[in-house]
Design a protein around this ligand. Structure first.
Ligand code: 5GP
Ligand code: MN
Ligand code: MN
Length: 322
């Protein structure tokens, strides 16, 4: 239960001097929100803390507090007393470089909300009913009676908002709104979050969206729609990696579509993104492609670069789910 887990967590923090906080590759709002909130809280508790980052921060999240604590894995000088992994369903999601730091740390904690979480740490606080790791973390702070700050609340609210699709998904519960309500006691500036996260799409990202949408194909009575993001699309639009975020949701939001599929061409593989509306369990499809995630949002990897073959394979598996 959360009271016991939270107090064990606090004990581990109290016993540690130098603490690492990290999350998965391709950082999203929940991941950066939970990490920066954790960093802020550890600072408030007087701990020596490092945010380990092995990726680029998308422009829309650069407004988040505590990002200056970020260090790349190769800049680290010592091992850590405690390593806190956030929003990562398994240690591989953090990438090889961060995984090594995780393995070298004296004690490890895993705080997450993925159903597929493998309980890979010494202490695992995983609530797959929560729509966001930020909700889990907010409830841990509440359970421990830890006072937040405006900055910590802003971080937590950002992740809560992004992982719930702005409070639209069925994973949202009364506890989610209660959490949001408590965060707003700390004077969260909603305009700051909204403008940065939702109203700052760059021209390059917009161009990439247009290119991707030009590739759309429909299957199974228009219930399945698939788009590609090719390396050529990325180059021609001058987009950055995270600029492909949001495309698969745009496809999902077409009225007839039950399942949206995005195939993203990489140098040596194809990344798969899946989104569904109501009936389809994306994890069942993603698990056939070395992936996982949530019922309504999953991802995976196809270990070749033949986009046409990948399309045929994924459509076949998807049609079995309809
Ligand atoms: P996205 O499509 O945004 O990359 O990922 C959607 C969801 O699926 C995220 O919640 C993410 O945690 C999960 N996910 C994405 N890729 C993978 C993967 O390779 N393995 C697992 N287990 N989950 C993934
Ligand atoms: Mn995430
Ligand atoms: Mn999440």
């Amino acid at each position: 239960n959360l009271i016991e887990l939270s107090s064990t967590f606090k004990k581990l923090i109290d016993e540690s001097e130098i603490i690492a906080v990290a999350s998965h590759l391709n950082p999203d709002g929940d991941n950066l929100g939970s990490v920066t909130a954790m960093v802020g809280m550890l600072n408030k508790l007087g701990k020596d803390v490092v945010f380990i980052l092995d990726d680029k921060i998308p422009k829309s999240f650069k407004f988040l507090p505590n990002l200056s604590f970020a260090k790349a894995p190769n800049e680290l000088q010592n091992d850590f007393d405690l390593f806190i992994a956030l929003d990562s369903s398994d240690e591989n999601r953090m990438g090889d470089n961060i995984k090594k730091v995780f393995e070298a740390s004296k004690k490890t904690v895993n705080i997450d909300h993925h159903f597929s979480n493998t309980n890979y740490a010494d202490l695992n606080i995983v609530d797959f009913k929560s729509p966001a790791t930020c909700e889990v973390l907010a409830r841990i702070f509440e359970t421990l009676n830890l006072e937040l700050s405006k900055e910590i609340a802003t971080s937590l609210f950002t992740g809560l908002s992004t992982d719930t699709g702005s409070f639209k998904y069925s994973s949202v519960s009364s506890s989610t709104f209660l959490t949001a309500s408590n965060l707003f006691k700390y004077d969260v500036d909603i305009d700051e979050v909204t403008v940065n996260v939702y109203q700052s799409r760059s021209r390059e990202k917009t161009d990439l969206l247009i290119r991707a949408m030009n590739s759309i194909e429909y299957f199974h009575d228009n219930k399945i729609a698939l788009v590609f993001v090719t390396k050529d699309d990325m180059e021609k639009s001058k987009a950055e990696k995270s600029d492909a975020d949001g495309i698969v949701e745009f496809v999902r939001d077409i009225d007839t579509v039950e399942l949206a599929i995005l195939l993203k061409e990489k140098d040596d593989c194809i990344r798969l993104s899946l989104r569904s509306k109501s009936n389809i369990d994306c994890t069942k499809i993603a698990s056939k492609f070395n992936g996982g995630g949530h019922v309504r949002a999953s991802g995976g990897t196809i270990n070749h670069t033949d986009l046409i073959k990948a399309k045929e394979d994924i459509i076949k598996v998807a049609e079995e789910q309809l």
